[in-house]
Write a protein that binds this ligand. Sequence first.
Ligand SMILES: Cc1cc2nc3c(=O)[nH]c(=O)nc-3n(C[C@H](O)[C@H](O)[C@H](O)COP(=O)(O)O)c2cc1C
Length: 147
Amino acid sequence: MKKLLVLYYSRTGNTERMAKAIAEGAQSSGNVEVELNYHVNAESLSSYDAILIGSPTYHHDLPIDFKNLLEEAAVQGISLKGKIGGTFGSYGWSGEAPKLILEIMKYKFEMQVIEPPLLAKYVPDPSMLNACKELGKRVSESLMNRA
Ligand SMILES: Cc1cc2nc3c(=O)[nH]c(=O)nc-3n(C[C@H](O)[C@H](O)[C@H](O)COP(=O)(O)O)c2cc1C
């Protein structure tokens, strides 16, 4: 069975709401193993077929945990080439973090990325949560269609 990781960081729960809706959408469409988590080891990244990372933006930057994770994966030479990648997150006014992570996925790890990132201003409203569910569904369906 194909595996999807929905990895997120959230201090005040906004990005977490998005992550849960994405995981729900992904689970609803069937035969994909969905893992919702806020911490994984770099070595484990290669075991997923798709990786969605949710990150709020604090101080125009991504959280240190994600910097460490992605640097560790790069240093260890972990190959994520061709895996589906996507990012999302809540923000207040600039929202750089999901864009920065998506760039790393695309240019460093050569993942097949879903552009643009899904961004919610502060608390995600019902239509944003719907868009999150749709994203989860879309990723899950493309995984099921892959050989
Ligand atoms: C100290 C602080 C710094 C922040 N810096 C930024 C920023 O640089 N750019 C931005 O778009 N939002 C910024 N925000 C807003 C957060 O991204 C926003 O509150 C978001 O909803 C937090 O998501 P979370 O609930 O998933 O942690 C900042 C918020 C705080 C409290």
